[in-house]
Design a protein around this ligand. Structure first.
Ligand SMILES: *[C@@H]1O[C@H](CO)[C@@H](O)[C@H](O)[C@H]1NC(C)=O
Length: 193
């Protein structure tokens, strides 16, 4: 099980807040699709200062991705305005606990549509919270920055475990899990199939 609150990297983004170019970030924040390019693997590499990696990203790329992602998290937080963080965290935890398959999504995001298609093709039962129409959507996205270290959608949990997005994240994302044949078993195990 993953308790995102304990694994979330905190504070790093605060250090770069003052240096971000808000115009660029506003554009990024308004385009959830861009999130797919801010790869968590690069973020991890940046944090642990590992210079060689299988994906052979240069440290400059890592630094830039880190910069953009951290700035983006800060911007998502600021866009959310004032909200009751404890209440939002309680709601997120409740959703993760109560739903064997949970997806935070945007109604129009292509990667979200693709992720839903993977589940629909398997005729899986799943719960979607559309963050662009949910009244708590902005706050949930802001809290996700601390919960899972990213704000991108789709964000998918299976049996309480964060599996990533459509084709990224800690378990490679839904498409990869499906292609490797693992998804079917995972969904059966939680009774979603
Ligand atoms: C899921 O995997 C199956 C089997 O590998 C494949 O036939 C199917 O096209 C995949 N679904 C999607 C939406 O990619």
């Amino acid at each position: 099980m993953c308790d995102p609150r304990t694994t979330a990297p905190k504070g790093l983004f605060r250090r770069v807040v003052s240096t971000v170019a808000v115009g660029v970030l506003a554009l990024l924040a308004s385009m959830p699709v861009i999130d797919a390019f801010v790869r968590p693997s690069l973020i991890t590499l940046g944090k642990s200062h590992i210079t060689s990696s299988p994906s052979s990203s240069s440290s400059t790329q890592v630094g830039l991705m880190n910069f953009l992602n951290n700035g983006k998290k800060a911007l998502v937080k600021s866009l959310a305005g004032e909200y009751d963080a404890t209440a939002i965290q309680t709601r997120i935890n409740g959703l993760i606990d109560d739903n064997p398959v949970l997806m935070f999504s945007f109604t129009t995001c292509p990667f979200c549509i693709k992720a839903k298609q993977v589940l629909d093709d398997l005729e899986a039962k799943y719960t979607v919270i559309e963050l662009d129409t949910d009244p708590d959507g902005k706050s949930i996205r802001a809290e996700m920055a601390d919960f899972v270290g990213r704000t991108s959608v789709p964000a998918i949990w299976i049996a309480g475990q964060f599996v990533g997005g459509c084709n990224d994240g800690p378990m490679g994302g839904l498409v990869k899990l499906n292609d490797s044949g693992k998804l079917d078993g995972m969904l059966r195990e939680v009774g979603a199939l």
